[in-house]
Design a protein around this ligand. Structure first.
Ligand SMILES: Nc1nc2c(ncn2[C@@H]2O[C@H](COP(=O)(O)OP(=O)(O)OP(=O)(O)O)[C@@H](O)[C@H]2O)c(=O)[nH]1
Ligand SMILES: [Zn+2]
Length: 342
C-alpha cells in the first residue's frame, strides 16, 4: 500500500503562497518542507501556533527586508491528529499519520498502563497501532516482557469489518542493535513501506537506535534542524519527520518522550470503544450505559478470565475472555477520566 501523496492544488495558489509539509517545530518556529524537498523556516501568522508536524500548509516567503522567516498562512484540514491531554494542556504529537509504532523493550521494564493509554488514544484518533518489543537478546527479561504482552498478542475472531482472525495488536520481536534487527524486523520494514509511522516510546527502549538504523543521516539532519531552529543541540523538542528514501513515500516520525500519557480528551462512557478486546463483549450488557464496574448482569465482568497467567490462544475459534490485567486497566483508567462529559 502506498501512502497517497497530497494532490497538487487544482487551482493555482494565491500569489506568493507555497504548499509545504511541517517536518518539525520548536516553540513558534516551524520547518516547512516544500514538494521539492527544500526546507524553510516559518512562523505562524497571528498569535496562535496551531500547526503540528505532519500538517500540510500554505506558507509565504518573507518579503524583502522582513527577515528570513516565512509565515504559515493556512493549515489544510487534517485526516487525524494524535495527541495526549492532561488537566493543564494538550500536547500534539503529529497529524495525518498512517500508523503508530509503540516501541517498548525488555529493559527498562515498561508500564502497561502507559502502553494501554497510548493505544486507547490511537484507537480514539482512528490510527492503527503496532507494538515493537525490542532487546530480544535479553533472554529472561525478554521472555517475561513477551509474557506480559500476551493479552495484546491474543487472536481475536474476525469482527464486522475484518474477515480473518487477527491479533489485538501486532507485536513485533526486535533486536535493533543487531545486524539482523530481530525476528520480526523484516515485517516491520514491510509495514513501514508507503506509510507515515509515528514512533512512540519511553526513554531507553531504542528509539534513536531505530531511527539511526532506518535513516543513516538522521543525526546530521537533527543537527541541521537544531541550527535552523536555533534550539539547543540534541534537544528533541517536538516530533521530527524523517523520510525513509529519496522518493519520499515512507516516513518515520521520532517523538519526544513523556511521563504520563494523559487521556483527558477521552469520554469515560466511551472508553470501552477504544479497548477492542473489551468492546467485543460490551454490547451484551443489560444497561446500555453500563460502566462494567458494578452493574448486575454485566457481560464484560462475566467475561474476565481468572487471575492465573494465560498464554494467548493461538487459534481461538470462539470469543476469548478478557485478560484480568486489561480489565484492571479499564477500571483504573475509567476512574481516572473526568466525569460528566457529553
Ligand atoms: N541489549 C540491547 N540493547 C539495545 C538494543 N537496541 C538498543 N539497545 C541499547 O539501548 C540503549 C538505549 O537505546 P536508545 O536508542 O538510545 O534509546 P532511546 O529510546 O532513543 O532512548 P532516549 O535517547 O533516552 O530517548 C542504548 O544503550 C542502546 O545501545 C537491543 O536490541 N538489545
Ligand atoms: Zn457491563
Amino acid at each position: 500500500m502506498r501512502r497517497p501523496r497530497p494532490a497538487p492544488p487544482a487551482a493555482p495558489l494565491p500569489d506568493g503562497l507555497h504548499e509545504g509539509l511541517i517536518v518539525t517545530s520548536h516553540g513558534r518556529h516551524y520547518i516547512v518542507e516544500s514538494a521539492g524537498g527544500q526546507r524553510h523556516l516559518c512562523h505562524p501568522r497571528g498569535k496562535k501556533s496551531q500547526a503540528v508536524v505532519g500538517d500540510q500548509v500554505q506558507w509565504q516567503a518573507p518579503r524583502p527586508g522582513q527577515g528570513d522567516e516565512g509565515s504559515i498562512e493556512h493549515i489544510a484540514p487534517r485526516r487525524n491528529l494524535f495527541y495526549r491531554q492532561d488537566e493543564m494542556r494538550t500536547k500534539a504529537f503529529a497529524a495525518n499519520i498512517d500508523q503508530i509504532l509503540i516501541l517498548i523493550a525488555a529493559e527498562p521494564v515498561f508500564s502497561e498502563r502507559q502502553l494501554a493509554k497510548a493505544l486507547i488514544a490511537a484507537e480514539a484518533a482512528g490510527i492503527p497501532a503496532l507494538i515493537g518489543l525490542n532487546k530480544q537478546d535479553l533472554g529472561p527479561a525478554y521472555a517475561s516482557a513477551w509474557q506480559r504482552l500476551a493479552a495484546y498478542r491474543q487472536i481475536l475472531p474476525a469482527g464486522d469489518d475484518a474477515h480473518t482472525p487477527a491479533p489485538l495488536y501486532p507485536v513485533l520481536r526486535l533486536q535493533l542493535d543487531a545486524a539482523h534487527g530481530g525476528d520480526d524486523f523484516p515485517q516491520l520494514q514491510a509495514l513501514l513501506q508507503g506509510r507515515a509511522t509515528l514512533v512512540l516510546g519511553p526513554s531507553g527502549v531504542g528509539k534513536s537506535t531505530l531511527i539511526n538504523r532506518l535513516i543513516p543521516d538522521a543525526q546530521a539532519q537533527t543537527a541541521e534542524i537544531s541550527r535552523a531552529l536555533n534550539s539547543g543541540r540534541h534537544t528533541t523538542t517536538t516530533t521530527t519527520w524523517y523520510w525513509l528514501e529519496c522518493a519520499r513515500g515512507s516516513a518515520v516520525l521520532d517523538s519526544p518522550g513523556f511521563q504520563e500519557f494523559g487521556l483527558h480528551h477521552i469520554d469515560r462512557q466511551a472508553l470501552t470503544r477504544w479497548m477492542p478486546d473489551i468492546a467485543r463483549h460490551a454490547t451484551g450488557c443489560r444497561f446500555h450505559n453500563c460502566t462494567h464496574i458494578h452493574e448486575p448482569h454485566c457481560v464484560v465482568r462475566a467475561a474476565v478470565l481468572p487471575e492465573e497467567p494465560t498464554e494467548a490462544a493461538p487459534n481461538a475459534a470462539e470469543a476469548p475472555g478478557i485478560a484480568p490485567s486489561r480489565y484492571a486497566l479499564y477500571k483504573h483508567i475509567f476512574e481516572e477520566l473526568p466525569q460528566g462529559r457529553a
